[in-house]
Design a protein around this ligand. Structure first.
Ligand code: GDP
Ligand code: MG
Length: 214
């Protein structure tokens, strides 16, 4: 970047934290005393079939299955990510409780129960269906009307199907800016950008946590 040029906020956040992998044993064991553990509920939101369940399976279990099993109600899966705040060297363990919410409209009336106490959300749309991108703002409003202005990231999923895409990544960026969301072109099938999107939300949650302590 040329000297004097302002770094975009999202890049600044990326550079504020260092991330490392935990082995399964490390993630299961209690954190060392100098590490701060924060537990955060996040919700997966988007129209039916965009890949919410597949993205959780990829992120938590490193797997992908072509079969489409409709999610009924909600399922909660956990994964811990480890971050170090570079300026203070403070280490964090972020336990993400990932709520996979059914996209069915008929379940509208129970959604507030699922949203309650969520501190972040992953909004998901399908690269091959334009209406799923248009609907992302409804999903965002629906959770923020219950939880306040919680951080969100936008995943444009099925990026492996770019031959049949119905919009461009630039279109998605515009939606993302409107929602204050960082945008990731992701694929649950190839794994592309899946870790990156969850980590970005994790960083924002830890940043909020640090700001609240000040
Ligand atoms: P949900 O209703 O949002 O939970 O969507 P699912 O995770 O059940 O996925 C719906 C369908 O899309 C399934 O057949 C998945 O295999 C498929 N799918 C999900 N993610 C991807 C992806 O990144 N690429 C491709 N090609 N298919 C995907
Ligand atoms: Mg599902």
């Amino acid at each position: 970047m040329p000297p004097g040029e302002k770094m975009p906020d999202k890049d600044k956040e990326m550079n504020e934290f260092m991330e490392w992998f935990l082995t399964d044993d490390e993630a299961a064991a209690p954190a060392p005393p100098h590490e701060i553990t924060v537990m955060k509920k996040i919700c997966m939101l988007g129209d039916p079939g965009v890949g919410k369940t597949s993205l959780v399976a990829r992120f938590v279990f490193s797997m992908f299955d072509d079969k489409y099993i409709e999610t009924i109600g909600a399922k909660v899966t956990k994964r811990t990510i480890a971050l170090e705040h570079i300026a203070t060297k403070q280490r964090f363990r972020v336990k993400l409780m990932i709520w996979d919410i059914a996209g069915q409209k008929t379940l509208d009336f129970i959604k507030p129960t699922y949203y309650r106490d969520a501190e972040g959300a992953i909004l998901i749309c399908d690269f091959t269906r334009n209406e799923t991108l248009v609907n992302v703002s409804k999903w965002c409003q629906s959770i923020q009307s219950v939880c306040g202005k919680i951080p969100v990231v936008l995943m444009v999923n099925k990026s492996d199907l770019n031959g049949t895409a119905q919009f461009t990544s630039i279109d998605a960026q515009k939606y993302g800016i409107g929602l204050g969301a960082q945008v990731f072109m992701s694929s649950a099938k190839t794994g592309d950008n899946v870790e990156a999107a969850f980590s970005a939300l994790g960083r924002r949650l830890v940043k909020n946590y640090i700001d609240m302590q000040k």
